[in-house]
Design a protein. Structure first.
Length: 299
């Protein structure tokens, strides 16, 4: 089902409801924590503006509040009983009763303030904190711990891009290319251009390219025997990158660009840019490589 033009159910904190499901999804659930009910309709422009704002605020509350959405066109009985006259309308339920609400699209600060009136101060979301902890675990060399943390985030928020990218890269780092691709496929299609997702995708493509190249010794011998063998040098760059010898990989592609910029339809420069995307813009090899490329192209 589509909600405000978006796929619903991003996490256990957010869901659709029906007239039949209202008692369980809202009344019963509100005995555990406040539940916000967002009354909306597909034709409502302000509803579409409110959707990402309220979803972000609910996720940031880290489970202290839930969001339930009801399409008033499909389910008019409940909003009629509650006297909903215009939408979007958000009603907060607690202990089975409506206790507060607001109408119209609100800015993020106002929605956060509304939630904090219900549950108290809201700091960084639990998912955000877990992602940060996973990144710290990786820096400390604890890949297993990071994997568990990312998996926990994805249980809460199946479309969390940072967790998807992080867990996918962990699989890739162990050589599990298919596992990395499977995790990456969890990312929503409309988020394919996210930098973290794009970087992992580029890294997977590089790993698949390098898998068929074999050992570097043979390629190094070919390049030594014929420095103008651009294909061998290009393949060597891919193989070196797969072994995390990034600076050497950059130098071989730079050598091709210097010798023949047009080779393979500017393939060496394009491959270098894919390296930068896979490594990330602040990686030392990316920074150094961009400097070398700029010097070559613009000096």
């Amino acid at each position: 089902m589509l909600v405000n033009g978006e796929a619903a159910g991003q996490s256990g904190l957010i869901k659709d409801t029906t007239t039949q499901g209202f008692r369980q999804d809202v009344v019963s659930e509100s005995m555990q924590q406040p539940v916000l009910v967002d009354f909306w309709a597909p034709w409502c422009g302000p509803c579409k503006q409110l959707t990402p704002v309220i979803e972000k605020a609910v996720k940031a509350a880290g489970g202290k509040v839930k969001l339930v959405k009801m399409n008033i066109d499909e389910h008019p009985q409940i909003p009629g009983q509650l006297g909903i006259q215009s939408i979007p309308a958000v009603i907060a339920f607690k202990q089975g009763q409506p206790i507060d609400g607001f109408m119209g699209a609100q800015p993020e600060s106002q929605v956060k303030a509304f939630i904090e009136r219900l549950v108290g101060p809201v700091g960084p979301g639990e998912a955000e904190a877990l992602v940060a902890a996973a990144q710290e675990a990786i820096a400390a060399g604890d890949a297993a711990g990071a994997s568990e943390l990312y998996a926990h985030v994805l249980q809460m928020e199946p479309d969390n891009l940072a967790a998807i990218a992080g867990l996918s890269r962990l699989h890739l780092d162990t050589g599990d290319v298919e596992g990395a691709k499977g995790i990456l496929a969890m990312a929503p299609q409309d988020k394919a251009g996210d930098p973290a997702i794009a970087a992992v995708r580029a890294a997977i493509e590089l790993a698949e390219q390098a898998a068929s190249l074999g050992d570097t010794a043979e390629l190094e011998a070919k390049v030594a025997a014929d420095p103008k063998d651009h294909q061998a040098r290009f393949d060597l760059a891919l193989a070196l990158n797969a072994r995390d010898r990034r600076d050497e990989a950059v130098d071989h592609l730079i050598a091709i660009i210097r010798a023949d910029r047009t080779w393979n339809e500017d393939g060496a420069r394009k491959q270098l840019l894919q390296f930068f995307e896979a490594w990330g813009p602040m990686d030392e090899a990316s920074v150094a490589g961009r400097r070398k490329l700029s010097t070559l192209l613009f000096s």
